[in-house]
Design a binder for this molecule. Structure first.
Ligand SMILES: CC(C)(COP(=O)(O)OP(=O)(O)OC[C@H]1O[C@@H](n2cnc3c(N)ncnc32)[C@H](O)[C@@H]1O)[C@@H](O)C(=O)NCCC(=O)NCCS
Ligand SMILES: Nc1ncnc2c1ncn2[C@@H]1O[C@H](COP(=O)(O)OP(=O)(O)OP(=O)(O)O)[C@@H](O)[C@H]1O
Length: 264
């Protein structure tokens, strides 16, 4: 199985690119969706966060007031680190299960869309790593337009992440999303070709099909060895029971001649 890391800065266009992957039939695990699920009312993550930040971050219906919590953590690095620490175990196990479900379905290539891939040190699990890059002015402008936030709030969110230039330097593939959506689509098609090339042997062994092949090979090996041992036992012990056991195995057996017995 190939787990492709898709990352970048906030509003650099990760979701836009992951939608293109989905449209071409490549499954995507979205870490932002996992992070939302683990903060739903009554979950383990919700309990930890409410205990640490107090009930004033809750809406009247008991769900977390996300914009309010966002304002708190994106203007205070200490509180952001606390939130990250509290949610990290839930987010990583949520991501693991999503990947496992796709593995069970037999998906060979999956995209892990995760803004904090490097910050959360999850880059070692993904190959190749795609970074969606935009220039800083375009990033700020798109973020303000999308979220309707002030420039200051938007800049705080940008500053809360590893600088995009540093992410770019760690990438295997860079998608420059400074241009139009048409230009992005053109660049995307080249990346799609690269990402969906045949699996390497290592990736194949890590896929469900590879694991099944290994299990079948082991089972066949065990049966062959067992048969061999049983036939030998028949030679030395001369037990007809052993021979009938060997005959019951799903491998063709034949009567051992005297000459063959001597060879065995
Ligand atoms: C603070 C929260 C409640 C704000 O929610 P809100 O709906 O306003 O934003 P949303 O979750 O859609 O995130 C939007 C973007 O903000 C950035 N972002 C989110 N959390 C963080 C963080 N802890 N550090 C840096 N950037 C972050 C990401 O680029 C993300 O795509 C929420 O972002 C959150 O729970 N964050 C902590 C969980 C986390 O680390 N999420 C990132 C997924 S790995
Ligand atoms: N090439 C483009 N031209 C114009 N607008 C774009 C382009 N690419 C993305 N956008 C817009 O920029 C905004 C940010 O894009 P997107 O939501 O895909 O970013 P993101 O990296 O997923 O953000 P986040 O980190 O918050 O999840 C969106 O409103 C999107 O429609």
């Amino acid at each position: 199985m190939r787990i492709v890391g898709l990352t970048g800065g906030i509003a650099s266009g990760k979701s836009t690119v992951s939608n293109l992957f989905k449209a071409h039939g490549v499954p995507v695990v979205d870490a932002d969706i996992v992070a939302r699920d683990v903060l739903k009312k009554g979950t383990g993550g919700w309990k930890k966060v409410v205990a640490a930040f107090g009930e004033e971050i809750l809406q009247p219906d008991g769900e977390v007031d996300r914009p309010k919590l966002g304002q708190i953590v994106f203007s205070d690095p200490g509180k952001r680190q606390l939130l990250n620490r509290l949610l990290a175990p839930y987010i990583s196990s949520g991501i693991f299960w999503q990947i496992f479900k796709l593995w069970m379905k037999g998906s060979k290539v999956i995209i892990l869309d995760i803004p904090l891939l490097f910050e959360a040190k999850m880059d070692k699990w993904t190959k190749p790593i795609i970074v969606v890059w935009v220039d800083p002015e375009t990033q700020l402008q798109r973020l303000v337009m999308r979220d309707g936030s002030s420039e200051e709030e938007a800049q705080n969110r940008i500053n809360a992440q590893m600088p995009l230039e540093m992410k770019r330097s760690k990438a295997d593939i860079v998608i420059d999303n400074t241009g139009s959506l048409e230009e992005l689509n053109e660049e995307f098609l080249k990346v799609l070709y690269e990402v969906t090339r045949p699996l390497t042997w290592t990736e194949f062994w890590l896929s469900r099909q590879g694991a099944v092949s290994v299990l079948i090979s082991i089972a066949v090996g065990v049966v062959v060895c067992l048969l061999h041992v049983l036939l030998k036992l028949q030679v030395f012990v001369g037990s007809p029971t052993v021979l009938s056991l060997a005959a019951a195995l799903p491998v063709q057996t034949k009567q051992v001649t005297r000459k063959e017995r001597i060879l065995l």
